[in-house]
Each structure stands twice: as structure tokens, then as C-alpha cells.
Design a protein around this ligand. Structure first.
Ligand code: GTP
Ligand code: MG
Length: 256
């Protein structure tokens, strides 16, 4: 078919294929969720409804994109790790980040009412998305460690900050002042001595975030004659900084 004289404008599009043989991470992050969480009455410091909605939206993304081998989420963010050798969308960076981000956002809204049955979103939530490449296994492990360490630091701070406000009656300014310059040991001590909270006994989902991986699980056949293996997306709340998780899941880092 003859091309129109306008066809040349296609040449203005730039090539954005991700480097071969590198881990591709797409991270989405809620835009202005400090405000969004306040306006939607998220519980402080953590809202289980909101976190489970994030996990549900991320599960929808993994169900659609089979080449995502692992996802990690905390607070208003989720990271999706594509297999090193994925060829999805010919590894085009913008295609990957926009499709993941768009599906994540629409799933967040689609499943909202299952997690917040008595309210509607007051306005359409927005998530940004970016694609980052990590060439080595150490790099991708360090990336996930970075996000999990961030989860720990923020959650310990927020748990102490909100205990001081909600349980000890401090103003946000006073709580901030009290925590200024404190180390994690100091915050653990405040939680324990003032509020009888043993931080290590707080729910793992809050302390470690959520890891989504695929696992083969046995499912009962419809006629009840036995079971067959089915791949399912499961939620874990374990440590990904040490070696144990990677030793137990070493298939994640080896090219299949
Ligand atoms: P941008 O990402 O730069 O647009 O800003 P942001 O306002 O989204 O902040 P950021 O992504 O750095 O941090 C996420 C914010 O979401 C936190 O600071 C909290 O205010 C809020 N948030 C996330 N999860 C929860 C939750 O479970 N409960 C409450 N109360 N707030 C939460
Ligand atoms: Mg945000």
C-alpha cells in the first residue's frame, strides 16, 4: 500500500530498547500519596486495606506479564522484575513502563471497592513509572535490598512517630523533634519502654514489604481424582537482603 506523504514523521520516534542480558525493573510509585492517603483516611502509620489493594493491583500486573519473575512492594510503590532474557515488547523501555504502570493504576481503581467498600476514590489516583536496567545479579539483589531497607527505615520511623502522636498525645512537630537524630535502637527503645511495642513482633508485611513470586501449587482436579500442579502468584514477607531467600529461590537468578 502506498505510504502517505506524512509517513516520514515516524522517523522522529527514537529507539528505546533495553540493553540485552540485563534485568529490567519497572517501578511504579503513587503521585502525591501523602495527600491521597490523608484524603482517603488511610490508617496511620499503615493501612492494611491500602497495602492489600496495592498487592492485588501488582498481582494483576504479574498475571498479565508472565515474564515478570518477582515483584516487590511497600508503601505506595511496587517494583516489577522482568526475566533477564525477556523479549516482551522487544524490550522497549517506554512500552514496558507505560503498560505496567497503566495496568497497575487501572487495577488499583478497579479493585478499590473490594478493599474500601464504603468509599469511592475522591479523584483518579496517579502512579508514575520508570524502567531501570541492572546488569548483574548482585545489582538486582542490591536494588531489592535498597527498597527493603527503605521499607524498614520508613516503617520504624512512622511506627514510632505515630505512636508518639496517637498514644502519647504529642503534636506532629513535637514527635518530629523527639525523633530527630535518633538511631534505630533508640526508636526500638521508645516503642518498647513507652508503648510496650516490640517492633520485631509487628506484622512482617509492614516491616519487610511484600514479595510476589510464582510457585507451583497442587490443585485438586474437578473430578476429585487427584491433584495437578498449577503456577500461582504467592505473597511472601521475608527478608531479601540476606542469602537465605536467594538460596531457596536460586531459579530466579539463573537463566532458564
Ligand atoms: P511523590 O511520590 O513524589 O509524588 O510523593 P508522595 O506524596 O507519594 O510521597 P512518597 O512516595 O515519598 O511516600 C508515600 C507516602 O504515601 C507516604 O509518605 C505516606 O504519606 C503515604 N502512605 C503510603 N502508605 C500509607 C499507609 O499505609 N498509611 C498512611 N497513612 N499513609 C501511607
Ligand atoms: Mg509516591
Amino acid at each position: 500500500m502506498a505510504k502517505s506523504k506524512f509517513e516520514y514523521v515516524r522517523l522522529f520516534e527514537t529507539e528505546d530498547r533495553c540493553l540485552p542480558n540485563s534485568w529490567i525493573v519497572v517501578r511504579v510509585d503513587g503521585k502525591g500519596f501523602h495527600k491521597f492517603s490523608t484524603e482517603h483516611d488511610y490508617e496511620k502509620p499503615n493501612d492494611m486495606r491500602a497495602l492489600s489493594l496495592m498487592n492485588k493491583a501488582a498481582t494483576s500486573v504479574m498475571e498479565e506479564f508472565k515474564d515478570i519473575c518477582l515483584a516487590y512492594g511497600q508503601s505506595d510503590e511496587y517494583s516489577f522484575v522482568f526475566r533477564k532474557e525477556t523479549q516482551v515488547y522487544s524490550r522497549r523501555s517506554a512500552k514496558l513502563s507505560t503498560n505496567v504502570c497503566s495496568l497497575f493504576t487501572s487495577a488499583f481503581v478497579y479493585y478499590w471497592s473490594e478493599h474500601f467498600p464504603s468509599s469511592k476514590p475522591l479523584y483518579p489516583p496517579v502512579f508514575d513509572g520508570r524502567t531501570v536496567l541492572y546488569p548483574s545479579n548482585q545489582n538486582i539483589r542490591d536494588y531489592l535490598s535498597w527498597r527493603q531497607a527503605d521499607c524498614h527505615i520508613n516503617n520504624l520511623y512512622n511506627t514510632t512517630f505515630w505512636a508518639l502522636i496517637l498514644k502519647a498525645g504529642l503534636t506532629p512537630g513535637e514527635a518530629e523533634q523527639k525523633l530527630k537524630g535518633t538511631l534505630s535502637g533508640d526508636k526500638n527503645e521508645i516503642l518498647f519502654s513507652q508503648f510496650s511495642i516490640n517492633y520485631n513482633k509487628e506484622p512482617e508485611m509492614l516491616r519487610k514489604g511484600t514479595i510476589l513470586v510464582r510457585r507451583k501449587v497442587p490443585v485438586v482436579l474437578p473430578d476429585g481424582s487427584g491433584t495437578r500442579e498449577k503456577s500461582q502468584i504467592v505473597q511472601l514477607h521475608t527478608d531479601v537482603i540476606g542469602d537465605e531467600f536467594w538460596n531457596e529461590n536460586n531459579h530466579l537468578l539463573t537463566i532458564s
